[in-house]
Design a protein around this ligand. Structure first.
Ligand SMILES: [Zn+2]
Length: 502
């Protein structure tokens, strides 16, 4: 709790500084702590003071009117944009949006236009059972209390896919938040008296427990990834590629919908009821439109939870998914939907033609398609006279640079710039060379670690005595990355900060 006189205050709160927000705390949780510290007034009054609107702070998933919040708190908790991304569920939902709609929806949460943005994200309070609950891990709460003498709602637990704590592997408690007119009736903390939703039927059976843990891990991995963007097109192709690998795509690229649906229902059994009986109907109903939407290009968007259930059903693990994701990203860059569609339909000559005109070496395309180099060249010649003028990369100095920079663990983009080749070429090159890719991954992870540690230590050195909250608002401070990926180091290196300031 900060009490310095120099810190900003709201009118009427002159004796009270703002508490720091915890790096993994939802904004609603901070509001609840602030509310309780400031003499327990009516929650709507607190929300009005902070957000300018009595209901804005009572949306526990994503509060709105965040610009006013930033102004009223004089930016003490950071910018409205950063709060939206890091301390609300928007960070999760935004992974599934196109750049354009991400910006548009983020913008509307900055201001009053809340209902439209919420319905676009599928945050209709009547849609999901889990949209009216807050989740808590008893063990995390104990740790929080030991360290700080108070508890808070953690963002990682509130994702619509979170059922099991990522850190402690125990079932999250689902607490029912009383709602009025679409938002919480009060600012509740994890210690408030709330009824819990009984999910013991799902946690009793070992199989369902495993599935729920997997669903929780998928959601977590997607939310944590800095680079993953799962907007409709990419996700659709990822699923189609995998359907093909699993044998659900027949002759002519036709998806075996009926078999797929049956296998999906068998896989989850009664577990689909966990988010609401009617919710998964379009995945389980015989006349389902969901799969049709996955297979054909349509404008309608599905709720991320449905995608996560489908992805968990189709892929064994996140690594496998990432491989396919990289393949799809690369194919879309190389030849757009036409190439993806040719791959799905196993039209080898078309694949060869598109890949070669995008600059991929004949030898690679040949080994990818199991064809001879001669046959591949013939395909390419039919269509593209410029192929021959494309520079060769394999066996040249450019290849040497790609190998050297990969071993150093540079970003794909930086490798591409150094070797003067396209980013998609680097993707493809490493995808086909697993040993080099493992070397790259090791060096890349190491570089990221060093980079963020250095950033954090430099900021500490340049701002002696600054509070952790101040540090987190300095650009390139490294803290959030380290908090997510290198918490042990933070804990060991800076025990004083950990105890006192965090
Ligand atoms: Zn936990």
């Amino acid at each position: 709790m900060s009490t310095s006189l120099n810190e900003p205050n709201l009118p009427g709160f002159d004796q009270l500084g703002f508490p720091d927000i915890m790096p993994d705390e939802i904004l609603y949780s901070w509001c609840a702590r602030f509310h309780h510290l400031s003499m327990r007034l009516d929650a709507r009054v607190t929300s009005k003071l902070l957000f300018g609107i009595a209901s804005a702070g009572l949306h526990h998933d994503i509060p709105c009117n965040l610009k006013t919040f930033e102004n009223n708190t004089k930016g003490y908790l950071g910018t409205a944009e950063n709060l939206l991304l890091r301390n609300t569920q928007f960070g999760f939902y935004s992974k599934f949006l196109t750049d354009e709609s991400r910006l548009k929806i983020a913008q509307s949460f900055m201001h009053r236009d809340n209902a439209t943005a919420r319905s676009k994200l599928g945050l209709n309070p009547n849609e999901l059972i889990t949209s009216k609950i807050l989740k808590v891990c008893p063990e995390c709460s104990q740790d929080q209390y030991k360290a700080r003498r108070f508890t808070w709602w953690q963002i990682g637990h509130q994702l619509p896919t979170s059922f099991i704590c990522h850190e402690h592997h125990c079932a999250l408690k689902l607490l029912i938040v009383p709602h009025t007119r679409g938002y919480a009736r009060n600012l509740y903390s994890p210690t408030s008296r709330l009824d819990s939703l009984d999910l013991s039927q799902y946690f009793d059976a070992q199989y369902q427990w495993q599935q729920l843990e997997k669903i929780s891990d998928w959601g977590n991995a997607m939310w944590r990834s800095d680079t993953l963007q799962l907007q409709n097109g990419i996700l659709r192709w990822c699923c189609l590629y995998q359907l093909q690998k699993r044998g659900w795509v027949g002759v002519g690229g036709k998806v075996m919908m009926h078999e797929l649906r049956n296998a999906f229902v068998r896989h989850y059994d009664g577990l689909l009821n966990i988010v609401g009986e009617k919710y998964f109907r379009d995945l389980t109903d015989v006349n389902s439109s969901f799969y049709t939407q996955m297979v054909r290009k349509v404008s309608g968007r599905q709720h991320p939870v449905k995608h996560v259930f489908l992805i968990n059903f189709l892929f064994d693990n996140f690594e496998d998914f990432l491989e396919t994701y990289n393949d799809v990203t690369n194919d879309l860059l190389q030849g757009g939907e036409a190439l993806c569609s040719a791959i799905l339909n196993r039209k080898n000559s078309m694949i060869a033609r598109i890949k070669i005109s995008a600059g991929q070496p004949v030898e690679e395309v040949a080994s990818l398609l199991g064809m001879t180099a001669l046959a591949v060249s013939k395909c390419a010649d039919k269509d593209n006279a410029t192929t021959k003028t494309l520079p060769r990369i394999i066996g040249t100095g450019k290849e040497a640079i790609i190998i050297e920079k990969s071993r150093q663990g540079l970003d794909y983009k930086d490798i591409a710039i150094a070797a003067e080749v396209s980013v998609s070429y680097v993707y493809q090159y490493l995808a086909k060379r697993p040993t080099l890719k493992i070397e790259w991954r090791k060096s890349y992870d190491y570089r990221q670690l060093q980079l963020h540690r250095e950033q954090f230590l430099t900021v500490l050195k340049n701002h002696p005595g600054a509070s952790l909250n101040t540090i987190r608002h300095i650009p390139e401070n490294g803290f959030d990355w380290l908090f997510r990926n290198d918490r042990e180091w933070l804990r060991n290196t800076l025990p004083a900060i950990w105890r006192v300031k965090f």
